[in-house]
Structure formats: C-alpha cells, structure tokens
Design a protein around this ligand. Structure first.
Ligand code: FPP
Length: 247
C-alpha cells in the first residue's frame, strides 16, 4: 500500500527521486490578507502556519533539505508593527519547534546575520540549532536577516582576512572553498527554488547557491501553497533536463 495515494488529476511525483534540496521564497502573505480584508500581519500568521504544514510534509516525504526565506536584510524597512509581528511569529514557532523536536527529529539551521535580532530570539535560534544537532531528519534552514549580497560581502571580507593572516592563498580560491565562507556552509546547493505569488525575481535569495537551481514560479500566494502545489513544483522539476552547462 503506497504511503501517498495519487488521484487521477494530481501531478505525478516520483517520490524515489526527489530533489535533494528545495528552497522557497514565502511570498504573498500581504496580498493574501488584503484579499480577505485582513491586516498584513494576519497574512504572515497564515504564512507561518503554512510553513509548519509544508515543512512537516517535506520531512514526511523524506526531503533532505528545505530552506525558507523568512526575513531579508531589506525587510527591516517595513512598518515596525509588521516587523514586530513577524518576529513574534518566529518566536512562537521556535518555542514550539523546541518542544516538538524529539517527535519531529528535524535538524534546524539559520542563515543570516542573527546579531540584529533581539537577545531572546537569538537565544532561541541557538537553542534550536543546538538541540537539533542530534537529529538527522530533514534539515530546515530558516533565512533570517538574510541577504545574498550581504552573505557574499561577508565571505569576501572573511577570505581577505584569512589571506592577510596567512590562512588562505589569495591566488587560489575554489567554488568549494568559497562555499565554506557562506551561511550555507556544508549544505548542498538548492536543486529547486520555488517562488509563489506571481513575482518573477530572486530578491537577493541564495545568489551564489542558486547558480544551477531549477526555478518554479506560480501565482498561488504562499498561505495557499499546499501539498498539491508542492507536488506540481516537484513534478515540473522532475520533467526537466539538468545539464549544468554540459550537453
Ligand atoms: C513575504 O510576503 C513574506 C515575508 C517577508 C515574511 C515571511 C514570514 C513568515 C511566513 C512568518 C514567519 C516565518 C516562520 C519561519 C515561522 P509579503 O509580505 O511580501 O507579501 P506581499 O508581497 O503580498 O505583500
């Protein structure tokens, strides 16, 4: 008896050949709320709930890595109330994640400059990361105060510093070594990057890591992006031929 029953009109996913790493730009929360006459913060609450559902599902189907864009280096420009609401949702999620970690067995990481977060939120991220080190289920990476350009600038500075200290050779830097300077150190590049909500851009997300990613765009807003939408994205990915610059 298969674990996931397929209906005739559902996208056909080969669960034995899933992408190893899926990355998602969780976009469209504000528009989802506006359509319902609700405040933007209600959209983020629905988005956070959907993140729980999708992350749990990714773990259940055996995905190795899921990375989500939760808060960018540019998102601080939003009204204080909205920033506060997103931080509140993160806190709520991390508290729950810590409580349920033994059951879920997910590994959690954070990409981004956490120093700008409140000490309480930083401590929760640290605790989550530490506790989850003992688990080797799906690794969920939450991008927080993350920007692809910021990540590359930090990497360039750290590399320059290592060169000055004699720990690195300025004439020799490989792709792999560069990866070691990024927040995503040790995590394979995303195979599939999904952006819901109809926007067709990367918005400073995983600039280095997405070099050979396949992209999937849909008009569906993030709070409505359900398992069936994820299946569509994976099926589209599986129908493509990846050549990595070869033929
Ligand atoms: C983009 O939609 C969404 C964000 C900037 C915030 C994402 C945050 C969450 C889903 C909640 C917290 C996350 C976790 C991991 C618990 P938008 O606001 O730009 O939507 P719009 O383009 O329709 O205005």
């Amino acid at each position: 008896m298969p674990l996931f029953k397929k209906k005739a009109n559902e996208p056909q996913v080969d669960f034995q050949n899933l992408p190893r790493h899926i990355a998602i730009i969780m976009d469209g929360n504000g528009r989802w709320a506006k359509k319902r006459g609700l405040p933007r913060t209600a959209g983020h609450a629905a988005g956070a709930e959907n993140f729980r559902t999708i992350a749990t599902y990714c773990k259940d189907i055996g995905l190795d890595y899921l990375t989500v864009y939760a808060f960018s280096t540019e998102n601080w420009k939003r009204p204080q109330e909205e920033v506060g609401a997103i931080m509140g949702l993160l806190k709520k999620y991390l508290l729950e994640a810590i409580e349920q970690m033994e059951r879920d067995k997910v590994k959690m990481e954070f990409f981004g400059d956490l120093s700008a977060l409140t000490p309480e939120l930083r401590e929760l991220c640290e605790q989550t990361r530490e506790i989850s080190k003992r688990y080797d289920g799906c690794q969920v990476n939450i991008c927080l105060n993350y920007g692809g350009r910021d990540e590359l600038l930090r990497a360039a500075k750290a590399y320059a510093h290592d060169c000055m200290e004699g720990r690195a050779d300025p004439n020799h830097l490989t792709d792999e070594q560069m990866g070691g300077y990024l927040f995503s150190k040790g995590v394979p590049d995303p195979d599939l990057v999904i952006r819901p909500s109809g926007e067709l851009r990367l918005s400073n997300f995983l600039l280095w890591q997405s070099a050979y990613a396949e992209f999937y765009f849909t008009d569906v807003l993030w709070p409505d992006f359900d398992k069936n939408e994820l299946h569509r994205a994976i099926a589209a990915f599986q129908s493509r031929s990846r050549r990595f610059g070869g033929v």
